[in-house]
Design a protein around this ligand. Structure first.
Ligand code: NAG
Ligand code: NAG
Ligand code: NAG
Ligand code: NAG
Ligand code: NAG
Ligand code: NAG
Ligand code: NAG
Ligand code: NAG
Ligand code: NAG
Ligand code: NAG
Ligand code: NAG
Ligand code: NAG
Length: 584
């Protein structure tokens, strides 16, 4: 059972033996990524031009613009990204609804004038529950999103299945696989267990490795955005709550992209060599482990369950959130079952099983121990996207980490936290308002743009991206499910997807006509500046309406409660709506 010696050696040692340099300083993006981005930009130049044609921007010479970006794609094509926040299944489902809306293959998306933005993305990032739609879209090799979400089989509970199918297995089978992994010498943790459930739901082929994405035909012909998953980390100086370590907003971040794993603090190594000497049985970079580490919130769930929710909260989520004590992931009995299993089978302590560790390629003195990024209060995975080397011009950020009480909508805490952290770290980011202002302006009920004015950014120049901020809120469906709602009926799932579509398009323009046009303006604005093209009049106008101007109002009253009704049917209360949907 104990580790074989070979696996305990760290990568630099392995590299020294093999005489090759595996660890790279974090000074720029990898050669492989840079070549891939070059290829992707040629495709984006075409999709973006087709998308812009549908917007019919007045006072804009599309022909000239399209020609210029095709002539020099490396410099002129805007780098556009999508980020999906943590928030468990809830964020995974509302977030894929957003991605589906901007996929031009989704029926109605072109008519709604948002379809084609997905085809113009260079990157997509995910963290915690947000890592699942991100991984799923990449592993499906960019199949139409509205089609590949059907393979999620949202009606199956992956932690309570009794049969083996392509889509699920009994949890005892998960444990048997973990046993095999431990036998080869890897440390195992609850992330291996949970990741298996995630993979059965979101990845076609539970045994796939993260680095295998780089070998897929669609990825290789640049058909879709590069996926990046983000993990936070803990170490011996992290805060300890009831014996469990918790990450903070200053904990180092680690990212997984198909080419490399690493950190902008320490360095990068090829993804395929993570955790072990390269061999065909490397299980450390299997999608199970990667998705399990990006969502390794077991420490929080344990603390939440054992302290009746007074500890172990994500973000600023309130402890009075209604808990689903029957759920496998929140109920104390099932959490204890796992804890006891690891204790008996491997002699591991609670702290050892609650967060996954891998050998540290950057520092042989310690291991890297992952934690769920949602626990740091920065649940939107901005970090890889605001690294100046990636030159991202525009980020569409989907936030659904449920930080507003008691109705678990969103209040903007996560983007505010990242803004502050970015400012401290000297990274480019738009200025965003604090939570009270977000709420006063309804910025978590309808989408908004930040950083349109380059002065309203941490860098005071165009190196900061524009951010379109979308917080999940009710348009046509009450989509404030608990993060642990992994399975539901297809009526509910489709209700959520349609709600996200309506949010993104402002009800196909019925609530606001200029929003979708403004999204296009934001997508190209930084590139116009680079190319010295005047901002079109249509964009000047819509920016007046949809960009935060940096001013602060009186805020909200102390007793403010975020309790919205359906934006498309404001008179229908939750109680009445709920009554209408009793058997969904
Ligand atoms: C595009 O806009 C112009 C003027 O703003 C208008 O005349 C034309 O009908 C529009 N075309 C479409 C396809 O909407
Ligand atoms: C907008 O269009 C989508 C896609 O056709 C549809 O599902 C949705 O119900 C429409 N919303 C409104 C408010 O008409
Ligand atoms: C799973 O097994 C149960 C009991 O044997 C059976 O009734 C059910 O149809 C099976 N489900 C699937 C999807 O095979
Ligand atoms: C995954 O791989 C393991 C061992 O290599 C194998 O036993 C198992 O059948 C595979 N699972 C699936 C669903 O392909
Ligand atoms: C890229 O590859 C995918 C998957 O093989 C294929 O369906 C698609 O047609 C290819 N696209 C182009 C532009 O060749
Ligand atoms: C350890 O954690 C602390 C607190 O989060 C962080 O400041 C520090 O950079 C970490 N050190 C390493 C080597 O990861
Ligand atoms: C990989 O696993 C298979 C099956 O357990 C084993 O036969 C093979 O020797 C392993 N390969 C290496 C390089 O360890
Ligand atoms: C847990 O907290 C809730 C809400 O504060 C309270 O109603 C309940 O009695 C508490 N349960 C225990 C076992 O302390
Ligand atoms: C594996 O677990 C052992 C025993 O708990 C620990 O000493 C070692 O640091 C762990 N290795 C990694 C890479 O986490
Ligand atoms: C925010 O929304 C509420 C409820 O719809 C509305 O009463 C209020 O006027 C809105 N505030 C702003 C600044 O738009
Ligand atoms: C940015 O601020 C400076 C100094 O306040 C001002 O001179 C400049 O015009 C501003 N730029 C823009 C684009 O607003
Ligand atoms: C060798 C080593 O440093 N192991 C540590 C890996 O990280 C976990 C969690 O912080 C510690 O418990 C281990 O001691």
């Amino acid at each position: 059972m104990k580790s074989c010696v070979a696996l305990a050696v760290t990568l630099p040692a392995v590299a020294a033996i093999a005489g090759i340099q595996l660890v790279r300083q974090p000074r720029q993006i990898s050669q492989a990524e840079s070549e891939w981005v070059h290829g992707r930009k040629a495709i984006v130049a075409d999709s973006l031009s087709a998308y812009l044609a549908r917007l019919n921007l007045s006072d804009f010479n599309l022909k000239d613009y399209a020609q210029s970006i095709r002539q020099d794609p490396d410099y002129n094509v805007p780098v556009i990204a999508w980020a999906t926040s943590g928030g468990g299944w809830r964020s995974a489902y509302t977030g894929i609804g957003g991605l589906q809306a901007i996929d031009e293959r989704t029926p109605g998306s072109k008519e709604a004038k948002v379809g084609g933005l997905f085809q113009s993305l260079t990157y997509m990032a995910g963290l915690s529950g947000g890592s699942w739609p991100t991984a799923s879209t990449a592993f499906s090799d960019y199949a139409p999103i509205y089609e590949h979400v059907r393979a999620w089989h949202v009606d199956i509970n992956r932690f309570d299945a009794s049969n083996f199918t392509e889509y699920a297995a009994p949890v005892t089978a998960y444990l048997a696989t973990i046993f095999k992994k431990a036998e080869i010498g890897f440390n195992v943790s609850t992330a291996d267990f949970l990741g298996r459930g995630f993979a059965y739901q979101f990845v076609p082929g539970v045994n796939r490795t993260w680095s295998s994405i780089a070998e897929q035909p669609g990825f290789n012909n640049f058909s879709g955005p590069m996926p990046m998953l983000l993990c936070s980390s803990i170490n011996k100086s992290s805060e300890v709550l009831d014996g469990l370590y918790s990450p903070s907003s200053s904990s180092p971040w680690f990212e997984w992209n198909p080419f490399e794993f690493g950190s902008w603090d320490f360095g990068f190594v090829p993804t395929e060599y993570i955790g072990t000497i390269p061999n065909e049985n490397n299980t450390a970079e299997k999608c199970v482990f990667v998705m399990g580490s990006a969502a390794s919130a077991w420490n929080s769930w344990w603390l939440g369950a054992t302290t009746n929710g007074t500890l172990g909260q994500f973000s600023k989520r309130h402890h009075l959130e209604k808990r689903d004590s029957d759920s496998f992931l929140t109920g104390i009995s099932s959490l204890s079952y796992l804890n006891n299993y690891f204790k008996e089978a491997y002699g591991y302590t609670l702290a050892q099983i609650s967060n996954p560790s891998i050998p540290n390629p950057f520092n042989s003195e310690e291991n890297i121990t992952f934690a769920d990024g949602s626990e740091t209060g920065q649940s939107v995975p901005f970090w890889p996207l605001i690294q100046p080397e990636r030159k991202v011009d525009f980020i569409m950020a989907w936030d659904d980490d449920a930080d507003s009480v008691p109705y678990t909508w969103n209040n903007g805490t996560n983007i505010w936290d990242t803004y502050n952290r970015a400012k401290e770290s000297g990274l480019p980011f738009p200025e965003v308002p604090p939570v009270s202002e977000m709420l006063a302006r309804n910025y978590t009920l309808k989408p908004v743009l930040f950083g349109c004015d380059t002065n309203l950014t941490t860098t005071r120049d165009a190196t900061s991206p524009i951010v379109a901020y979308f917080a999940n809120s009710p348009y046509s469906w009450y989509s404030n499910y608990s993060w642990a709602t992994g399975n539901m009926s297809y009526t509910e799932f489709d209700g959520i997807l349609e709600n996200s579509f309506n949010l993104l398009t402002q009800g196909n323009g019925t609530l606001n006509k200029s929003w979708v046009v403004c999204l296009g303006c934001a997508a190209i604005d930084r590139s116009l500046l680079r190319m010295n093209i005047k901002r079109p009049q249509a964009c000047e106008e819509c920016f007046q309406e949809h960009c935060w101007d940096g001013s602060i109002t009186e805020g909200i009253s102390d007793d403010f409660v975020l309790d919205p009704t359906l934006a498309l049917n404001q008179s229908l209360s939750y109680a009445d709506w709920s009554e209408m949907h009793l058997d969904t």
